[in-house]
Design a protein around this ligand. Structure first.
Ligand code: FPP
Length: 296
């Protein structure tokens, strides 16, 4: 039996399909932009981060890998604080994949312990700061006390609107798609009625816009089963900086690189268009936006 959070359409999806309730970064009046960083012309709505490099960070300091996981976990808070300041509305972090169960048992146990401690320590402050925590993944096979702690954090923060923090834990992109297909079949939807939007509505991220930017610290250029369905038109930023060393300055660099990207969503831009969003192109606040475009 899966104990994972119910993400079926219509449930606590306050973003809605048009981002209702949350201003897009372009329209936000938030004046908290950190003074030390020049303003950017465009900020992603949804940033996803694969928190990679904890083990290498620790090894480089002759520390056990677990020390890297602890340092990496601490790293999340300043990145979330900066996210609010930069006007980002959704941050998704890859905490633990379905494949990570294959790591040595002591490391798996340590990661679960660290996650449980982090939830206990950080949830009150995240809640006080208006962060809504969501879980992407399954709680099947997760120790009961940790599963309860996760569910409590989700329930406590479920009405918060300032920032959504998706924690991909015991998550796999392919498993998520299989789960969605099962949900669709169980719902008895006629085959002809099933569209890409239908599938999106049965994913853990139902109702959220796809990630605009995926940051890969640690230098490895693979997605590792992260947001498989949602990432087709995400801009990818790879940096050799290991996650525990990835600070707000590196975060800003990733955002600055994103602001310079031309997002074509499969289209060809007119030669004269230059480096900006195509008119009518699916913008950051448009979920699953490529679906209405012809291939090209
Ligand atoms: C990747 O680094 C990191 C992980 C697989 C685990 C990170 C997750 C936690 C420590 C739990 C805390 C999560 C939250 C949301 C607070 P790696 O071990 O693959 O590093 P390497 O590539 O250098 O070996």
């Amino acid at each position: 039996m899966t104990a994972s959070v119910d993400n079926t359409p219509g449930l606590h999806n306050s973003l809605g399909s048009g981002g209702a309730g949350l201003a897009t970064p372009e329209t936000t009046t938030d004046n908290a932009w950190p003074a030390e960083f020049p303003r950017l012309s465009r900020v992603p709505t949804h940033v996803a981060i694969k928190m990679d490099g904890n083990g290498r960070w620790a090894r480089a300091r002759n520390l056990p890998r677990i020390a890297g996981h602890r340092r990496g976990t601490k790293n999340l808070r300043p990145i979330l604080e900066a996210s609010v300041q930069f006007g980002i509305r959704i941050v998704t972090v890859y905490a633990f994949s379905t494949e990570n169960w294959n790591r040595p048992q002591p490391e798996v146990d340590a990661i679960l312990t660290i996650l449980g401690e982090a939830i206990k320590q950080e949830t009150p402050e995240l809640h006080a700061n208006g962060v809504q925590i969501r879980h992407l993944g399954s709680l099947e096979g997760v120790p009961t006390h940790l599963a309860h702690r996760i569910q409590e954090a989700l329930a406590l923060t479920c009405h918060n609107q300032r920032l959504i923090l998706n924690v991909a834990f015991n998550y796999g992109g392919r498993a998520e798609i299989v789960r969605a297909l099962r949900g669709i079949i169980r719902a008895g939807l006629p085959a002809e009625s099933i569209t890409e939007d239908t599938v999106s509505r049965y994913l853990y991220t139902a109702g959220q816009p796809d990630p605009d930017l995926i940051i890969l610290p640690g230098g490895e250029m693979r997605s590792s089963n992260f947001l498989t369905w949602q990432s087709i038109y995400s801009e990818v930023y790879v940096t050799p900086v290991l996650w525990p060393a990835f600070g707000v300055y590196e975060y800003y660099q990733a955002l600055a690189a994103y602001s310079q990207r031309v997002r074509r969503f499969g289209r060809v831009l007119p030669e004269t268009t230059g480096n900006h969003q195509p008119t009518g192109a699916p913008g950051a606040a448009t979920p699953n936006g490529a679906a209405d475009l012809a291939p090209g």
